[in-house]
Design a protein around this ligand. Sequence first.
Ligand code: F6P
Length: 254
Amino acid sequence: EVVSELLGLSQLGDRLSAHLGVANVIVVAGNSDEEEWVKQELGRACMKEIQAIATANDVLAVMGGTTLAAVANMAERNETLASTIFVPARGGLGEKVEIQANTISAEFARRTGAAYRLLHVPDQLSEDAYHSLVLEPTVKDILEVIKSSAVVIHGIGDAQRMATRRHSKDLFIETLEREEAVAEAFGYYFDAAGKIIYKQRTIGLQLNELEGKYVISVAGGKSKANAIHAFMKHRPSDVLVTDEAAARELLQHK
Ligand code: F6P
């Protein structure tokens, strides 16, 4: 215990990288459950990773959430990024406008000088509406841009908390409980073993389309350790940007 206390953040990242099978883990100090500045540090660290990986004219797909909003807030004008295009990775997921993927991609673009494209899809899509929407020329067009993305940046949330935040029906929340869902990312819900329990119907990047893309996950706070663990079981990302509280908790997981 004492030894682990003494470990520096970069060593903590290396240990977690081996533990989760994630190639690169960046750890910032603190616990973002408790202090707002920690989320800003997650944002800063994540922005550094984006700058390091992006190349001219790349398409960068982003998800929503308060953590991604913090990343966008740290974006600065940059020559390479100014030649890129930011797009939302997936359509509406029932979030408030400030933390929707559309809003966040526009904010990244505004701050870096990049271009952006929006994906206008309602949150609750019937099966019929879904099938006709994907055939709409303007939607088809942006979907192709999204699928061509080289870099994907996304958050991870606790399943119950995300379902509540999206005002999901009680019946659905009960299903998540019964199926023991612990994580949410990209509109998908996962159990502790990383198995997909449910997928929200919206268009955009599907989880099985991440192959060949550079995936950056950003999520912190001790309360998100189970969710991060479950998502990495499903599919280890190329980079995980997290905080110390989540990292220490994650190292306790088998
Ligand atoms: O709804 C978008 C989303 O990225 C979810 O996929 C994820 O679970 C959540 O936001 C994370 O939100 P926050 O960063 O606010 O915890």
